[in-house]
Design a protein around this ligand. Structure first.
Ligand SMILES: Cc1cc2nc3c(=O)[nH]c(=O)nc-3n(C[C@H](O)[C@H](O)[C@H](O)COP(=O)(O)OP(=O)(O)OC[C@H]3O[C@@H](n4cnc5c(N)ncnc54)[C@H](O)[C@@H]3O)c2cc1C
Ligand code: SF4
Length: 336
């Protein structure tokens, strides 16, 4: 059995106290939300903080509220289970519910939070291993070494971002509210990921994700998320596609947004696919073209168990076709 190393623990009752502590401790401390990703990483010695700073004592971080002009504001410590059954989210953002319900298992959804899911570390078969396993080969780039075992001639880390919530929030054009001892800032989720497997988040040292804000739906629109994984009951995605589709009164595509996950070091939007549909009548031919574009935007490499990169890429196209077709039908758009 792998044990946690000895670490100090703090659970300040206010966000400002967390900010002060994080700015004092910098890299020595890690924020603890549900711990479902961080604690296994500490057991594997992928991460070795000396202090865990829990966000669990700050009730305001669990708030969910909806406002006609701002949209849905979700506190970062909202559990995925709470989000999954939230009536406001169910009423306005079906893809959020589908993604929350697709994360790991029920137990993980109870413990895991939205903030932790957005701030998930990237994964790789050569990284998510015990220290003794990793010691059998050269230290790779993500652990501070100079080689990559997946792309030996490359000079970057290709560890994969495997979160289910981020693609949906990208398709919904969500914004993040971040807090630190230097003040608050807000940025679009699309500006939050670096694309570098080594350090996947563009979060500043000492910063805390406070809330996620999803714009209100405009008119007749809907969203959907589909994921491919090996075991439906537990696994991380090997490919995931989120789509938001909006219709005009006469059944044309008014707006569209497509985002994918688990096929590169960041979740990414695919405007090339979405733009094909905007202002048009959604035909099967256009959906197929959008699926091809989405598949082209996926760049999986051989660092996840369960499927080859080419199969994952193919699945991105298939999932895009399925999400677009069902959304168009649900919105009453004739797909010919
Ligand atoms: C067996 C298994 C299966 C899983 N399957 C899936 C899956 O299918 N899909 C999926 O998306 N995930 C999956 N996960 C990963 C994880 O359970 C979820 O992503 C979960 O939502 C993470 O949230 P958490 O609150 O537990 O995060 P934590 O583990 O507490 O934190 C994760 C990271 O985020 C940082 N962090 C947390 N909150 C904040 C904040 N507010 N501000 C700044 N940084 C923060 C932490 O410091 C840490 O680095 C799985 C995990 C396991 C063990
Ligand atoms: S992709 Fe390469 S550098 Fe990154 S974790 Fe895997 S082996 Fe290490």
């Amino acid at each position: 059995m792998m044990r946690l190393p000895k670490m100090d623990y703090a659970a300040p009752p206010t966000l400002s106290e967390v900010c002060v502590l994080m700015s004092e401790q910098q890299e020595k401390a890690e924020l603890l939300a549900g711990g479902t990703d961080l604690l296994p990483a500490c057991k594997l010695r992928n991460k070795q903080p000396t202090l865990l700073v829990s966000l669990g004592k700050i009730p305001s971080l669990k708030d969910i509220r909806f406002d006609e002009s701002e949209g849905l504001r979700i506190g970062a410590m909202t559990s995925l289970n709470a989000l999954r059954y939230d009536p406001l989210a169910i009423a306005h953002y079906p893809a959020l519910i589908e993604a929350a319900a697709a994360v790991g298992t029920t137990q993980l959804q109870h413990m895991g939070t939205l903030g932790g899911n957005i701030c998930l570390d990237t994964r790789c078969t050569y990284y998510n291993q015990s220290e003794s396993w990793r010691q059998t080969r050269a230290v790779c780039l993500k652990m501070g070494g100079e080689v990559c075992h997946v792309v030996p001639k490359g000079n970057k880390c290709y560890a994969v971002f495997s979160g289910d919530m981020a693609p949906v929030l990208l398709a919904l054009d969500a914004r993040l509210k971040l807090a630190s001892s230097a003040g608050e800032r807000s940025l679009r989720l699309s500006e939050f990921y670096s694309g570098d497997g080594r350090k996947p988040l563009l979060i500043r040292p000492g910063e805390i994700l406070e809330a996620v804000i999803v714009p209100p739906p405009a008119g007749k629109e809907s969203s959907a998320y589909l994921k491919y994984r090996v075991r439906g009951a537990i696994d991380f995605p090997l490919a995931g596609v989120a789509v938001r589709l909006a219709a005009t009164a006469d059944g044309l595509c008014r707006d569209c947004s497509v985002a994918i996950t688990a096929v590169s070091s960041a979740p990414v939007q695919v405007p090339e696919a979405a733009d094909l549909l905007k202002g048009k009548s959604v035909t099967a031919e256009l959906i197929n073209k959008a699926a091809q574009e989405t598949s082209r935007a996926a760049h999986p490499v051989a660092n996840a168990f369960g499927a080859t990169p080419s199969y994952r890429r193919k699945m991105i196209g298939i999932l895009t076709r399925r999400t677009l077709t069902s959304l168009a039908q649900n919105l009453g758009m004739a797909v010919r």
